[in-house]
Design a protein around this ligand. Sequence first.
Ligand code: ADP
Ligand code: ZN
Length: 260
Amino acid sequence: MGVTENGALADGGARVTRPLASTDPRAGDTMKHKTRLIVLGRQGAGKGTQCARLAARLSVPHISTGDLFRAEAANGTDLGRRVAAHLDAGSLVPDAVVLDLVAARLGNTSAREAGYLLDGFPRTLPQGEALFEVLGARAADVAVELHVPTSVVLPRLAARRVCQECGATFSVPAGADEITRCPRCGGPVTRRSDDTDAAIARRLATYDRESGPLLVWLDELGLLVRVEGVGPPDEVHLSLLEAVRSRVPELDVDYGPAPN
Ligand code: ADP
Ligand code: ZN
């Protein structure tokens, strides 16, 4: 996707060296716009699944930095090689690298006009500040935190299996028969490389430490809505939709059967 071609990462620091957008961020304000949404949540909150459904419901692209990084790593690109160790360890990729990736994805006007659901970005305060600095106040209409207690996410993450072919996720609770082949496509089903006990512990600690200040900041901006993530997936989906509607009253959504 061409994100590795510029020299923005040379110093390895957290500075934003390439703007996310070159046009006036206020240009689109008078037009009817697609929703721009940030979704945050602890690992194992069910964020990936819920984000895919919500993005489909709102007809906006679902942009998951974790998925983008995993795809780069799987394809063995320069960027993938640089982030693989971070992914496996469950530590954060440096802000400058993340911002480069997001710039490549959101850097043009048509991408911004299409709206977006940002899943996994921003997740540090500097990333949040960079997003708003460059895209302006309209960088996000709302930020939703999908909240699930640690006692619930720990067993969920330990049970999580992912199909290497189609990306479908499955749950294998302790004591249940292991799944090795995907029931949908026959592909190999494995644990995510960062779903080891050590990496899980590190990711959860990092969320509290790095995303905590971001959540406070988003709340101060009046953008944050908390949604309870424990419960049947269909109910969580509707709660997320209501949370978005609470900040985007003119939202045009189809309340028909949930997608997926
Ligand atoms: P998790 O739920 O474990 O955070 P993700 O799929 O969202 O899973 O992200 C997987 C990994 O990708 C993270 O552990 C981190 O190494 C990297 N990553 C994704 N998004 C970001 C980000 N915004 N900032 C830094 N690292 C990120
Ligand atoms: Zn599959």
